[in-house]
Ligand binder design. Structure first.
Ligand SMILES: Cc1ncc(COP(=O)(O)O)c(C=O)c1O
Length: 359
């Protein structure tokens, strides 16, 4: 007899995972917006040192990491939440805030984990189309906010479309959103956004206790294999609530040690961002030379539509046959589009050569 699962298991969509993990001789992996650069030597040393105390549980309060984040960002440690990746905080926020009868609002296409929140909680999701430039339409999102709304998600820069909206628009939006609504601005890629100083959004926390800035060590810090993210919050309420709904030791000791060390190397962050942006400029130019029109990327990945005459499936297959993994829009909410992470110069070249052949 088959196992009998709860009703919510039928509702929860499976996260569209990228392939290629089990293959020998790894392909060019441009499918998951990872960093092409390995963790810093000092970070690897910190992980090595932390290994000798793995017989102990990790610090359940993540005290040192929260203290360092507090120094770095000027937000009190009590208003900082840590997670097993920023996804963990997102899902815990959904669990803490949502229930049947409640509503959440987010743009679509956006990060593929967002649909999970409504499905898992039984809340109602209101999705709002992006504008013609594939950016969030905050006016349209505001129009969907009601007394039942508990959570609004704003992904800036947006995954998968790579576009960003100016902070002034987010500030104007926050001024209109009722105080009972939690607004999570998902800033997983903020370091790559040239429209704004990545630290500028932090000033908004003082005026908005309902604001949460969600960040991660997965992207620019190149630590996605360890799973560690954080949220800078306008009040202590959300950090407390997300800790209530999770197991006590959600962030492992190696991840905590690595993140603490990574924070001490801001110059390397700047260097890596500069290299990624150089790749972004060069890759987008070469995509345009192939007749494609990438969206205006403020992230570490690009997004473009293939056009009527090209089948997404065929392009994806052709690239995979040439050892290049990217993401097709079907899995991300927009069939006929493609999302490609900016990798190293060599990886990007291999992708562009494969793409030219396939097209
Ligand atoms: C917009 C966005 N938010 C959050 C995450 C989650 O990152 P992590 O759980 O690795 O911190 C991702 C990962 O791709 C993302 O694209």
């Amino acid at each position: 007899m088959a196992l009998e699962f709860s009703e919510r298991i039928r509702r929860i969509p499976s996260y569209p995972v990228a392939g290629g993990y089990a293959e020998d001789g790894p392909p060019v992996r441009l499918a998951s917006n990872e960093s092409p650069y390995p963790p810093l030597p000092a970070v690897k040393d910190a992980i090595e040192r932390a290994m000798s105390t793995l017989n102990r549980y990790p610090d359940p309060s993540n005290s040192l990491l929260r203290a360092r984040l507090s120094e770095r960002y000027g937000v009190p440690a009590s208003r900082i939440a840590i997670g097993n990746g920023s996804c963990d905080i997102l899902l815990a926020a959904g669990e803490a805030l949502l229930e049947p009868g409640a509503e959440l609002v987010y743009a679509w296409p956006s990060f593929s984990v967002y649909p999970h929140l409504a499905a898992a909680s039984g809340a109602r999701a209101l999705t709002v189309a992006l504008d013609a430039d594939e950016r969030h339409d905050l006016d349209a999102m505001l129009a969907e906010v009601t007394v039942a709304t508990r959570l609004v998600l704003v992904c800036n820069p947006n995954n998968p479309t790579s576009t960003a909206i100016p902070l002034s628009s987010i500030a104007a939006f926050l001024a209109e959103v009722p105080a009972h609504v939690c607004v999570i601005v998902d800033e997983a890629y903020c370091e790559f956004n040239l429209l704004e100083d990545p630290d500028a959004s932090i000033d908004l926390l003082a005026a908005h206790p309902n604001l949460v800035l969600l960040r991660t060590f997965s992207k620019v810090h190149a630590l996605c294999g360890l799973r560690v993210g954080f949220a800078l919050c306008g009040s202590e309420d959300l950090p407390r609530a997300v800790d209530q709904v999770r197991q006590p030791f959600f962030c492992n000791a190696l991840a905590q040690a690595a993140a603490v060390e990574a924070l001490a190397h801001q110059d390397s962050v700047t260097d890596r961002v500069t290299r990624t942006i150089a790749e972004r400029i060069s890759m987008d130019e070469r995509l345009r030379a192939l007749g494609l029109e990438p969206a205006e990327s403020q992230a570490n990945f690009c997004w473009f539509h293939l056009g009527e005459e090209r089948e997404e499936d065929e392009v994806m297959r052709g690239l995979a046959e040439r050892g290049v993994l990217v993401r097709g829009g079907t899995a991300l909410g927009d069939p006929g589009a493609v999302r490609v992470t900016y990798g190293s110069s060599e990886e990007n070249l291999r992708f562009l050569e494969a793409l030219a052949e396939v097209l």
